[in-house]
Design a protein around this ligand. Structure first.
Ligand code: ZN
Length: 151
């Protein structure tokens, strides 16, 4: 009998499971985002066992330890950063345009408001963000980048 190498790998809570396409270290993601973004026929293989590839240049969004993948083009809705018009923040619909508008002004009022809301019970990144994480790091990175390019 031939052994599939996928079944030789032992699941390990501390294991860093890397993206089978690009090799990036991903982040574990719960069932909330899987149910929101992954088409039903692909959901079962990803539930309770999915990682999100954090490399925006990689076409893979979700993968599991059996090297099964869900690509950005297979998702039910377009998502940031694969589609730059999609909201960066799934909780409050914050977009790249909002970051650009803030960078054009003297004070980042939109980002400050987002920061305040992100600490409120309305924020549900774990359940609705593509990678299950808060978007603020990405928003701040984009803002700094835009701000420095406008000086
Ligand atoms: Zn990848």
């Amino acid at each position: 009998m031939q052994m599939n190498k996928a079944f030789v790998r032992e699941p390990d809570a501390d294991a860093r499971v890397t993206c089978p396409r690009c090799g990036s270290v991903g982040t574990t993601v719960g069932n909330g985002p899987i149910e929101l973004y992954v088409p039903a026929p692909l959901q079962d293989q990803m539930k309770n066992a999915a990682w999100c590839c954090s490399n925006a240049a990689c076409e893979v969004v979700y993968y599991n330890m059996f090297e099964q993948t869900v690509r950005a083009v297979e998702l039910l809705t377009p998502v940031y950063p694969y589609d730059s018009n999609a909201p960066i923040c799934a909780c409050f619909g914050f977009t790249l345009q909002d970051v650009e508008d803030d960078a054009d002004e003297s004070q980042p009022l939109r980002i400050r408001a987002l920061l305040a809301r992100s600490h409120s019970p309305e924020a549900c990144c774990q359940a609705v963000a593509v990678d299950g994480r808060c978007c603020l790091r990405e928003v701040q990175r984009l803002y700094m980048k835009l701000k420095s390019s406008r000086m």
